[in-house]
Design a protein around this ligand. Structure first.
Ligand code: 5GP
Ligand code: ZN
Length: 135
């Protein structure tokens, strides 16, 4: 896609710190890391988000992540990571080229996750029914 930053990184029009690539996947460092070693796993072909990317290609991103993430943890000297996707603007997605984050974590890094809110079984049951109806 012409105006997509990640397509430009794939084509080499924009620079990046590449870690791994094969015919379908590119892995490079996030320019604005939440922690050192924050890494992006992307398909070389443009898709908008998780719902758009073919399942086999998303699975390949997971396969590559399982290869790369142990190296990221070693290099960043941590023992954990988030593997996540911000799907849609409401979830904070700013680059609309499917990408998975590998975010190195440790208990000592001081980052705080958002908190869950306790709810009751009735609300959970109603929500489960609403979602199942939409499937
Ligand atoms: P999103 O919120 O869309 O899931 O995250 C997009 C990520 O892409 C952000 O973490 C941001 O730091 C990263 N990013 C944005 N522009 C560039 C860029 O030009 N190069 C690299 N390497 N990462 C970028
Ligand atoms: Zn793109």
């Amino acid at each position: 896609m012409d105006d997509c930053i990640f397509c430009k990184i794939v084509s080499g029009e924009l620079p990046s710190h590449k870690i791994y690539e094969d015919s379908d996947i590119l892995v490079f460092l996030d320019i604005n890391p939440v922690n050192p070693g924050h890494t992006m796993v992307i398909p070389k072909k443009h898709y908008n988000d998780l719902l758009d990317i073919p399942t086999e290609l998303a699975a390949k991103c997971v396969e590559v992540t399982k290869k790369v993430a142990p190296a990221v943890m070693k290099a960043a000297d941590v023992d954990a990571f988030h593997f996540d996707i911000n799907n849609g603007a409401g979830a904070g997605q700013i680059i609309f080229h499917t990408h998975f984050h590998i975010q190195p974590r440790s208990k000592e890094d001081g980052l705080k996750l958002w908190l869950g809110t306790p709810t009751d079984q009735d609300k959970l049951a109603k929500m489960a029914e609403s979602i199942k109806k939409e499937l």
